[in-house]
Design a binder for this molecule. Sequence first.
Ligand code: ADP
Length: 441
Amino acid sequence: MKKKIYSHFMLVVTLAILLTMLSSSFLFYRIFKEQMYGDIRGYAQLIAQSELNAHMDWALYDSSGEYFRLTVIDADGNVLYDNEADADSMENHSNREEIISAWETGEGQAVRLSDTLNRSTYYVAVKLDENTVIRVGRDGSSVLGLYLHVLPIVLVVGILCWVICLLLASVLTRSILQPMQTLADNLDKPQTVPAYEELQPFLETIQKQHMDLLESAQMRQEFTANVSHELKTPLTVISGYAELISSGMAQDKDARHFAREIRENAGRLLTLINDILELSKLDSTSPGMELEHVDLYDVARSCVEMLDISAQKHKVGIRLSGESALVPGNREMLEELIYNLCDNAIRYNRENGSVEVSVLNRVDTVVLRVKDTGIGIPKEHQTRIFERFYRVDKSRSRDTGGTGLGLAIVKHIVSLHGATLDLESEEGVGTEITVTFMKAK
Ligand code: ADP
């Protein structure tokens, strides 16, 4: 960026210097030309007003000793007199620019290159009478000559300006970029205010990303710690019982009990690992995933059927009501979502309690509701139960085969489907969880 600003600045400066040099030289040449014409005109008029013949002798030089050329031409363009060449051998002058103007307007002027490139001859012609035009010419610098004359001065001034601008550009570039450097060094400080207000949105985005990164790093760390902790308990139990059996201390009837414990804890480990895998799969799924049209009622029915035995075991009645309703979604994920909600509704229920699952069409939405008559969730826990590994009653969760990840998975799936989640619960009365989906078009 520094390089870019610097080079752009120097390009503009170089162009400006070149343009100034060119235009000032052009202006200088114009003034020089006018001056030249003015001098010659004065002299030509002086000759015209006096007796011509009397001046023919001294017309070669003016009073200051400058050389002039005097030519007298008649109406046909024939040269009557020339103080430098033989008038008779000179060609017809009627087509010369200054002569034509002199016949037309009484006076004409022109400049023509001499033999050498850097010299020109400046002419002024004045009409003397109906048959005579006198023309006075004088040698002077040509445009090129003039340029060559002033070029060294212009070059020195130009280089001087260029060097000054070079220094100025480096100072300016540094002063423009310094606040950005300061900003970059202090990105993680929330009170940082950028020196240029145009940078404010940029800063906000970066700061937000920075915070998100920190947050997600912290969450990952917490999650890893939780997972290790959760894995440790069943593994300790398994290895304890296995040791008892292998040492031969367990009698036959104990051995069967130990084996059952080992199997149960291994099962718990498997469920936990499955949930962790599911979460990690959801984490790497983008919200723009491919969606199919899924009949939510159909999915709910298969979940209710799958959970029928578990419900009977818990002495809980489970019922499905509603109607076929299409939503854009991923069938496998939706199955996981409904299964987790119904599983919770059964596991946190009371004896002879009930679970009501309903799928209903609204105008633009489809509503899935899972309502139980269970133990309910105390107010202070309601906002936290969707966090990973958060459990209201750890032992009840564990005893019923919970991992503390079910609702975290639910929340993730809801967000991937762009749906909304509502929870209503009263301790000792029951819980109602509502998920609202967009209807499939
Ligand atoms: P778990 O595997 O422990 O059930 P979840 O993430 O599914 O984990 O739920 C988190 C916690 O929320 C549970 O431990 C439980 O305390 C509470 N909870 C979830 N669903 C219900 C419900 N229907 N009724 C009462 N409490 C519930």
